[in-house]
Write a protein that binds this ligand. Sequence first.
Ligand SMILES: Nc1ncnc2c1ncn2[C@@H]1O[C@H](COP(=O)(O)OP(=O)(O)OP(=O)(O)O)[C@@H](O)[C@H]1O
Ligand SMILES: [Mg+2]
Length: 190
Amino acid sequence: MKDLSLHLMDIAQNSTHAGAHRVDIVLAAESETRMLVLTVKDDGKGMDAEFLARVTDPFTTTRTTRKVGLGIPLLKLAAELSGGSLEIDSEPGKGTFLRTGFRLDSIDRIPVGDIPGTIAALMTAWTDIEWTLCLQSAKDRYEITTAEIKEVLDGVSIGNPAIAGWLAESIEEAMTNVFGGILDEIAEGS
Ligand SMILES: Nc1ncnc2c1ncn2[C@@H]1O[C@H](COP(=O)(O)OP(=O)(O)OP(=O)(O)O)[C@@H](O)[C@H]1O
Ligand SMILES: [Mg+2]
């Protein structure tokens, strides 16, 4: 079973492969709906409606003229098993917006995994992309952008090996402030 951070790595890599210049990632715990919502928005090459239909539902489509992967379908399945969902909006030449929700209290919710390490790896590996991360809950909100990091670094490359560790630690701390323990795994029988 893949955790959410591994799925996020897949989805964000789809954005990098689509030639995105900007990728905005939001992870939000919604207190009213008790949902954990992950959104990834890019300005890459996008997909047309016919292709998009097959990307989200490769098992129900009858057309097999184009090969599609399983990254998105497996994330959709994981979301649905927790009582959540996955939706994508995309426009050729404009970009793609993916939203997936997981029921916070479901024992079938996949673990979040190493979100800080994943984000730090993305931000320091694809240095030409402007990344934004936003963490949100009823308690607090945190935002970090590679634009502001690059400004602070004042010429030092964001791809410098020392940066990833520092970045992951900063995001880890923010995760604790914003989410506290609400993303911890639900133990069966609890
Ligand atoms: N953000 C995006 N922008 C443009 N095209 C996308 C985007 N995300 C996915 N796609 C298209 O949908 C296809 C399927 O994506 P998916 O992640 O499900 O599988 P994959 O990336 O092809 O393979 P893998 O199983 O390794 O993830 C991609 O190959 C790509 O053509
Ligand atoms: Mg993929």
